[in-house]
Design a protein around this ligand. Structure first.
Ligand SMILES: C[S@@+](CC[C@H](N)C(=O)[O-])C[C@H]1O[C@@H](n2cnc3c(N)ncnc32)[C@H](O)[C@@H]1O
Length: 390
């Protein structure tokens, strides 16, 4: 191990935090027993450790009262666009009955609920055919393990979708140090968790950036990046789940994944010196991933080139890759907004200065603001929407 001196001064040593965390004790015990663990192993324990991990304990995480919010929380427009997307897919697949949709990493199930309500109103035919299932690790359904029990072979075509799932998978972290690529490990120092550099734990980690032709050798020392190998195995499993167990009768369908991230070339630039790892605690960007294991969210941007390539290797084709802003526009978010304005907010034009007119104005601004939040180029609008098909 090389001591990379990477822990911000005092960050992982907050005594209040350290004392209360039983998960931290478990992690320290594992390190004492097995030696330093990769950051990916640490992140796996912090997020998924049975009984302790951030995503598997029942506390409120998502939504305004939790640690973060998602597009689903911002406005129903998002779910309505997804409804229209599913309608297009259902039609493209020949209107199958039943129409199986599996949502992975579904959280509280809000997207599912709003989509079901939308289809009931807007497309009763699809609604009658729709078999919408949700799977989340907090209900014991890990998208990285075999999720096949969620689906059987009775279904012909299907759609598997997810919003902000892949960014939660455990990542390895690599760092350039004196011209060489090292991996970040989590180790113990004076009874606390701390970071150190060592040889990459596998050839997959060591060769990952080269595979995507990232010129990291030309980057400055100290440059860091995340390597999400779990995303590759997720795409393998999910493609196989889509196609079904019968090799002679492979299913048709779509995989749709929304997340923050980019193509490899745009993700791993020299300008992202510290990589994209981020922690969220009570809506604040928290400073250090080794603090509060199990109590804060840890995420990293997704390398979509890797998802596309793995999907292709599994026999899928790229259907579309766009920003969330482009996708929502194509799926009619502004048309819906305009319909609502004409239908519900005519009073603004008729008597703007009346009390009712003023109230309507505030409601209208609020609605428009929500659409802006979903489409804003520097925020959620820059999320990526990947659709693969078979
Ligand atoms: C950021 S939240 C997104 C929730 C929801 N999709 C939404 O848009 O509001 C991530 C969700 O993925 C779930 N999750 C994380 N890792 C998972 C895994 N390996 N398998 C299944 N679900 C997972 C978490 O429990 C959480 O509900």
């Amino acid at each position: 191990m090389i001591d990379g001196n990477l822990t911000p001064e005092g960050a992982a040593r907050d005594p209040g935090m350290q004392k209360t965390s039983t998960l931290q004790q478990r992690i320290l015990e594992r390190i004492r027993q097995d030696g330093p663990i990769t950051f990916a192993d640490y992140m796996r324990m912090a997020l998924y450790e049975p009984g302790y991990g951030y995503y598997v304990t029942g506390e409120t995480r998502i939504g305004w009262e939790g640690d973060f919010y998602t597009s689903t929380d911002v406005a129903d427009f998002f779910a309505h666009c997804m409804g229209r997307q599913l309608l297009q897919m259902w039609e493209a697949l020949g209107k199958p009955e039943p129409f199986m949709v599996l949502e992975q990493g579904s959280g509280r199930g809000d997207l599912a609920t709003t989509i079901r309500a939308w289809t009931a109103q807007e497309s009763p035919d699809m609604h009658a055919a729709l078999e919408y299932r949700t799977a989340d690790i907090n209900a014991g359904l890990d998208a990285l393990q075999s999720a096949t029990k969620a689906v059987d072979d009775a279904f012909s075509p299907m759609v598997i979708l997810s919003n902000e799932l892949v960014d939660a998978f455990p990542v390895h972290i690599v760092q350039k140090y004196e011209g060489t690529l090292y991996e970040l490990y989590v180790t113990e120092e004076d009874g606390h968790l701390s970071e150190g550099l060592g040889e990459p734990c596998s050839t997959e980690v060591a060769s990952y950036l080269d595979h995507y032709k990232i010129p990291w050798r030309t980057y400055e020392d100290g440059w860091r990046a995340e390597v999400n190998l779990a995303a590759l195995s997720w795409m393998e499993r999910t493609s196989q789940l889509l196609m079904g167990a019968n090799p002679k009768r492979k299913r048709h369908g779509f995989i749709l994944a929304i997340d923050y991230g980019d193509s490899a070339k745009k993700l791993y630039t020299q300008y992202r010196h510290h990589g994209t790892l981020a922690c969220y605690y009570q809506h604040q960007l928290a400073e250090h991933p080794l603090l509060r294991p199990g109590k804060q969210d840890i995420t990293a941007h997704v390398n979509f080139s890797a998802l596309i390539e793995t999907g292709r290797q599994q026999g899928l084709r790229l259907h579309s890759f766009s920003t969330q802003s482009q996708w929502l526009t194509t799926m009619g978010i502004y048309d819906e907004l305009e319909r609502i304005r004409q239908h519900d907010f005519g009073i603004i034009d008729q008597s703007r200065s009346s009390d009712q007119g003023q109230i309507a104005m505030f409601r209208w601004y609020n609605l428009r603001q929500r659409v802006s939040t979903l489409t804003e180029p520097a925020g959620m609008g820059n999320f990526k929407v990947l659709i693969l098909k078979r």
